[in-house]
Design a protein around this ligand. Structure first.
Ligand SMILES: Nc1ncnc2c1ncn2[C@@H]1O[C@H](COP(=O)(O)OP(=O)(O)OP(=O)(O)O)[C@@H](O)[C@H]1O
Length: 319
């Protein structure tokens, strides 16, 4: 017998990471792990501690508690900082450019800062200008660029030294839908190249579309896991059965079933909480028919990421 093991190499690992500013605790007890090639969504309201966490992971500030490693380097070890910077690229919220220089000259300037060899720099610049749809603008000065074009340029800038890990802070904020899509597609292309992406975002739809895993933070981690299991863990899974009419006998028949954890009646629908809808729905349908119910449709109740996020953040604020 051949047993196949799928080993995921962890690129970012943190254990009870925290940061105080004086007496103020910005983040505490952050324990997460991000595998190679994953897109990891870091979600949280304003002031939740996302940027503080990214700044610790990129060695811009040191933690006041806990530990973390990036690409195998300990962020607290002063000798690691240069290696971590070489292996990571960071897109900040307000990247600056030389307004009177062309796209190519700006990018060459940043490539030089990373000591990227001239020929390699030109190849990388061309590759990413094409990927982001900016190749035709390569000899234009940045001064006249729109916000969307600047954001794409900023992403290219942090790719100049071909980092293994990218920390992206709100990469699509303020972009029109078309530009946001180009940036999102580019993020997926970078993932396909095997790069690991740590994505801070407020855009829940974006997180759901792009991320393999998400963590919701509000000073502490409120949830970490896949976007799909996040919804299940907050709301449980729910089956919606629409009938011609919900009679007392149908209601009674399903409410007595051991697999039904909770039941709710809304007009011509019954909403049932069950741990495994795929497995239990045939028995539930049988029970309804035996009780004389006439079914119009059966489906699973879907919550949006936004519902889940608001509920999680709201519940924790009330504590
Ligand atoms: N250097 C600092 N000194 C004091 N407090 C700070 C410092 N940096 C951040 N903070 C505080 O730490 C908390 C977390 O800030 P942080 O910037 O990490 O949040 P964020 O989740 O990135 O927010 P946003 O989504 O608005 O960018 C905030 O209350 C902020 O005011």
């Amino acid at each position: 017998m051949v047993i196949a093991y799928h080993l995921v190499v962890m690129v970012i690992e943190t254990s009870s990471l925290g940061r105080q500013f004086g007496k103020f605790t910005a983040v505490e007890d952050i324990s997460i792990s991000v595998g190679k090639g994953e897109v990891f969504g870091f979600l949280g309201p304003n002031g939740a501690g996302k940027t503080t966490t990214v700044r610790m992971l990129t060695c811009l500030i040191s933690p006041t508690s806990g530990s973390a490693s990036v690409c195998g380097f300990d962020i607290k070890d002063k000798k690691s900082a240069a290696s971590i910077r070489r292996k990571t690229g960071i897109l900040t919220e307000s990247p600056g450019f030389y307004e009177t220089l062309t796209v190519r000259k700006n990018l060459r300037f940043f490539a030089d800062l990373y000591h990227v060899d001239g020929k390699k720099a030109n190849e990388t610049i061309e590759q990413y200008l094409r990927l982001f749809g900016l190749y035709d603008k390569r000899d234009q000065v940045v001064g006249g660029f729109s916000k969307g074009m600047r954001q794409k340029l900023a992403l290219i800038r942090c790719l100049m030294h071909e980092p293994e890990v990218l920390f992206l802070d709100e990469p699509t904020a303020g972009l029109d839908p078309e530009s946001a899509r180009v940036v999102r597609d580019a993020i997926l292309s970078l993932k396909k190249e095997g790069r690991t992406i740590f994505l801070c975002t407020h855009n829940l739809d974006e997180a759901e579309r792009l991320c393999d895993k998400v963590a919701i933070i509000n000073r502490r981690i409120l949830y970490a896991g896949s976007p799909g299991s996040l919804k299940d863990s907050v709301y449980g899974r729910k089956l919606v059965v629409r009938l011609e009419a919900v009679s007392p006998s149908v209601y009674k028949a399903v409410s007595h079933m051991p697999v039904v954890e909770a039941i709710e009646k809304k007009d011509d629908r019954i909403i049932l909480q069950v741990d495994d809808p795929e497995r239990h729905s045939p028995d539930i349908v049988d029970a309804i028919i035996r009780a004389g119910g006439r079914i119009r449709s059966v489906g699973e109740l879907r919550h949006s990421m936004e519902d889940v996020y608001i509920k999680l953040i709201g519940d924790r604020c009330e504590l």
